[in-house]
Design a protein around this ligand. Structure first.
Ligand SMILES: Cc1cc2nc3c(=O)[nH]c(=O)nc-3n(C[C@H](O)[C@H](O)[C@H](O)COP(=O)(O)OP(=O)(O)OC[C@H]3O[C@@H](n4cnc5c(N)ncnc54)[C@H](O)[C@@H]3O)c2cc1C
Length: 576
């Protein structure tokens, strides 16, 4: 079966929906398809809790937001992209307001803003602690109002189609029926989110398996800065469920096993009763996660069956603050940990949260491959550099989703040639491959669950918060072995309807690619910067590594200089 649209957007999360509406606004005559492996409202954006950063308060400025972002990213940041980002973020959030997003307000009716890690000013807009739900809902209902946005809900994209003229569509499987369709288009925008599931403990939903990164990589787009993986300091130990940074913005404390606010020992300032911006618990995520590792090495964490933990203490905030500002946190703690944060300490540990790296794009979401765009967490523009600041991701997916949508609409308007026959042939080949996967994998000796678990453990051990040359070499060897074993993996389900085992197989295939890219880039970067900490190279090395890594599908890694407009590299100082 073949379908035709002008532009295909892969992903129905925040970035995908924003890109689709931007296309519809730029040119209402274009037919846009949103292909999503889950119903759009189930995309990971829905689970964002804390908020979205954009300058709105009288005492704040675009330059301060830009500087916090550049220094937070340890200068591995495209400064022209950051300038565009901070300029356009307030407009995007106000636009959502006009479309119905219920931002929390101050008593006088103005937008309320809260503090967030690494930010010098309070500039994080929020809708209680369900920001992502309200943001995604607003985007979704806006997308519904455009007739020419067609949705393929619960369709899984397995391949990007391309010829010399660029990318010309996708192949996708309908999960409910197993129907395989070639969807032809003149441009594709990949908005498939992150890849936290490559690691064992993560805040990321099960669906975050890096599909789009692998799809684009296979179609010839390089991946950028893949060694930079963000650990969030406060996940629940077993499930990895996130306890939002907003808990610390409201005044929560991190305590070690002796009940001591240990962050004071790590150049992050001194304890105070009221939270102080960029200090102690409001330091950046990389520093807080690294401090946890040092506490563990000193024997000051608590052992549990799910690894070492420390405690997050919210008790002094009282029931009123928790119920009005953090109601979802109370609900999560009660349902998943069986504790009440009003009276009890919350056990937490660093868990993988966000991917700074991703598909290499320019400031308009364009990749080096014609007709291929990317936006949201899957992309690397890069405004996040070596460490993303909390609450910058939601405005990022709005600003760059919109930019990618506009740029793709312009690209298809100017395109002179349509897809050649080779594209249709590729579609048929992919269909054959998928049928073969279903039929052939009956007698393999390997289980996909085993390979996935071993991959996740390998990544945590070899490429976790701290890495070194030896751990990364071992991880590379192990991943190579897992890739070979993957070829011998069997599946038991050979039916067409809702074959989740086939999907798990395809996702594992993507994740192995991503894991190898992370390890390859981390092995080459012999310095420490932001979230990439090498115990064998503990210093930042601007002379050699103030540069983005670009890994190609062949495994070749090259470096791209960083764009510096106004903020020369300096020291990252917090707590003062
Ligand atoms: C628990 C949690 C809390 C967070 N809180 C905040 C916060 O408070 N503030 C903030 O700024 N950031 C936060 N983040 C980060 C932020 O929410 C994400 O980075 C962002 O929402 C990603 O949006 P996205 O549109 O790029 O991708 P997603 O929302 O993940 O959407 C990806 C889409 O791609 C589709 N897809 C994927 N693969 C395929 C495929 N093969 N075929 C078809 N479709 C596919 C999925 O169906 C989905 O629709 C949080 C993240 C988590 C995990």
């Amino acid at each position: 079966m073949t379908a035709f649209h002008n532009i295909v957007v892969v992903g129905g999360g925040g970035a995908g929906l924003r890109a689709a509406t931007a296309i519809a606004e730029a040119n209402p005559l274009l037919s846009v398809a949103i292909v999503s492996k889950v119903y759009p409202m189930r995309s990971h954006t829905v689970s964002a809790e804390g908020g979205a950063a954009a300058v709105i308060a009288d005492d704040d400025s675009l330059d301060e937001h830009a500087y916090d972002t550049v220094s937070g990213g340890d200068w591995l940041v495209e400064q022209d992209a950051v300038e565009a980002f901070v300029r356009e973020a307030p407009t995007e959030l106000l636009r959502l307001e006009h479309q119905g997003c219920p931002w929390s307000r101050q008593p006088d009716g103005r937008i309320a803003v809260r503090a967030f890690g690494g930010m010098k000013k309070k500039r994080t807009w929020f809708a209680a602690d369900k920001t992502g739900f309200h943001l995604l809902h607003t985007l979704f209902q806006t997308a519904l109002s455009y007739q020419d946005i067609v949705r393929y809900d619960e369709w899984f994209v397995t391949k990007l189609l391309e010829d010399e003229g660029g990318v010309h569509g996708v192949v996708a499987v309908e999960l409910a029926t197993g129907r395989i369709e070639t969807i032809i288009a003149n441009a594709v925008i990949v908005c498939t989110g992150g890849c936290g599931r490559v690691f064992p403990f993560t805040t990321n939903a099960n669906i975050k398996t890096g599909d789009g990164m692998a799809l684009a990589h296979r179609a010839g787009a390089p991946l950028k800065d893949m060694e930079f993986v963000q650990y969030h300091p406060t996940g629940l130990p077993f499930t990895g469920i996130l306890i939002t940074e907003a808990t610390r913005a409201e005044g929560g404390w991190l305590l070690n096993k002796d009940g001591y606010r240990y962050l004071q020992d790590y150049d992050l300032g001194r304890p105070t009763a009221e939270p102080v911006l960029r200090s102690m618990e409001l330091g950046p995520r990389d520093r807080l996660s690294q401090a946890f590792m040092h506490e563990h090495a000193k024997g000051r964490t608590i052992e549990t069956p799910y690894g070492p933990i420390v405690h997050l203490d919210l008790r002094h905030l009282g029931a009123h603050v928790i119920d009005t500002k953090l109601p979802f946190v109370r609900e999560l703690c009660s349902k998943y940990q069986n504790i009440d944060p009003v009276k009890e300490l919350i056990p937490v540990r660093p868990v993988v949260h966000y991917m700074m790296g991703g598909i290499h794009t320019d400031i308009d979401g364009a990749t080096p491959v014609g007709g291929l765009y990317a936006a949201g967490e899957v992309a690397c523009v890069s405004i996040n550099g070596a460490n993303r600041l909390g609450s910058n991701s939601l405005p990022e997916l709005l600003v760059f989703g919109a930019r990618a949508g506009k740029a793709a609409a312009e690209y298809v308007r100017e395109l002179k040639t349509g897809p050649r026959s080779a594209v249709y042939a590729q579609g048929r080949d992919e269909e054959r491959r998928l049928r073969h996967e279903l039929g052939k994998r009956t007698e393999g000796t390997e289980r996909i669950a085993d390979i996935r678990t071993e991959m996740q453990t390998t990544m945590e051990e070899g490429a976790g918060i701290y890495r070194d040359g030896d751990s990364l070499d071992k991880a590379a060897v192990k991943l190579h072995e897992l890739r070979e074993r993957f070829d011998r993996a069997a599946i038991d389900d050979h039916s067409s309807e809702f074959n989740t085992e086939l999907i798990a197989l395809l996702e594992l295939d993507f994740m192995l690619d991503i894991a190898q890219s992370i390890v390859a880039c981390a092995g080459r970067r012999t310095e420490s910067r932001g979230a990439h900490q090498r115990t064998d190279f503990p210093k930042r090395d601007d002379e050699h590594f103030l540069a983005h890594s670009l890994v190609h599908h062949s495994g070749r890694v090259e470096y791209l200089p960083v764009t510096i407009t106004r903020w020369p590299p300096g020291e990252r100082v917090y707590g003062r």
